[in-house]
Design a protein around this ligand. Structure first.
Ligand SMILES: [Fe+2]
Ligand SMILES: [Fe+2]
Length: 330
């Protein structure tokens, strides 16, 4: 049986690939400035500066758009947690260190611009937002801890780099989908443009991690697929555990911002296809076992999607009927 590569061996072997991909990223990434995406004209002072404080009627956003904006922003706010995760697992040396620094700096823009937009447009209650940020950041987020807290994967052994790079590949793509669809429900071209800009960043980040994880799969197929399978079968969104996570998550799923089918078809499957997981023939017994486990999980997820959609359609129809009834009475 092939011996597992150590974390250090993986990082050393993959460093040339990291360097290529850092260079690729730098050649593709566009410089952009958060202030260019915020309608500053709409701003006014709050009470502490002689203006008026936030009130719900000032917001132009629907309940769904608010839930999605808050979830996405709190997720971005938690950057120090993700920074810790990759700084600890990718090392600070050479191309790895360059990536960690550059990626962190790019991510920071996302939280800056969304917060500026929400405060300037009075889209959400800034006090509630700040309270939620304090709670969420104090708790922090660690993907493997979140997986264990969800009750799944008690047996999982965190291998560090491999679990980390697999997780962030799916996380970046998940945030891309979520930002993109949030832009569509905001009913404001300014918000849509801002969130499209962020989603484009997330896509480039995803490609970096997907390439690195793909290279790990070529280098140590069994070991890497075990980590990928652990992550896919137990995936927790980076927002898991934030205040109102359930309520907001349900609203987002119900209105097509991020639901189970999008998770399966727009996040999980495109990446697994890119890695050729189901066609490759370089796995040993451990890799085959992991691939079977993954295949069975994906089948279950497919039937969960169908079940969720039936329930959602029924719930939406009930709500529409209720609205019609109220409309007819009015
Ligand atoms: Fe981001
Ligand atoms: Fe990102």
């Amino acid at each position: 049986m092939a011996r597992n590569l150590t974390q250090l061996e993986l990082l050393l072997e993959l460093e040339p690939v990291a360097e290529q991909n850092v260079n690729r990223h730098l050649s593709m990434a566009k410089a952009w400035h958060p202030h260019d995406y915020v309608p500053w004209d709409e701003a006014r002072n709050f009470a502490a500066m002689g203006g008026i404080d936030w009130a719900p009627e000032q917001s132009q956003l629907s309940e769904v758009a608010k839930a999605a904006m808050i979830t996405n922003l709190l997720t971005e706010d938690n950057l120090p947690s993700y920074h810790r995760e990759i700084a600890e697992n990718f090392s600070q040396d050479g191309a790895w260190g360059t990536w960690v620094g550059r990626w962190t700096a790019e991510e920071n823009r996302h939280g800056i611009v969304i917060r500026d937009y929400l405060v300037v447009t009075r889209g959400v209650d800034p006090v509630a937002l700040e309270n939620a940020r304090m709670i969420h950041m104090t708790n922090g987020f660690n993907p493997m801890k979140a997986i264990r807290a969800a009750g799944a994967g008690d047996q999982l052994v965190d291998t560090g780099f491999l679990h980390s790079v697999a997780y962030v590949t799916f996380q970046e793509l998940a945030t891309r989908v979520s930002h993109r669809n949030t832009g569509k429900v905001c009913n404001d071209p300014v918000a849509d443009r801002m969130l499209q800009r962020i989603a484009a960043d997330e896509n480039l980040h995803m490609i970096f991690y997907r390439n690195m994880c793909g290279a790990a799969l070529d280098l140590a197929p069994d070991q890497a697929l075990e980590a990928i399978t652990d992550i896919v079968c137990n995936f927790q969104m980076p927002g898991a555990g934030m205040p109102d996570w359930r309520r907001n998550g349900v609203l987002m799923a119900k209105h097509g911002i991020y639901d189970l089918r999008q998770h399966l078809e727009e996040v999980v499957m495109p990446v697994l296809r890119k890695w050729n997981v189901f066609e490759r023939n370089d796995f040993g017994a451990r890799g085959d076992e992991a691939r079977n486990r993954l295949g069975e999980f994906l089948q279950r997820l497919e039937s969960d999607c169908a079940r969720f959609e039936e329930q959602r359609d029924r719930a939406l129809a009930r709500e529409a009927a209720k609205r019609d009834l109220v409309g007819a009475k009015g």
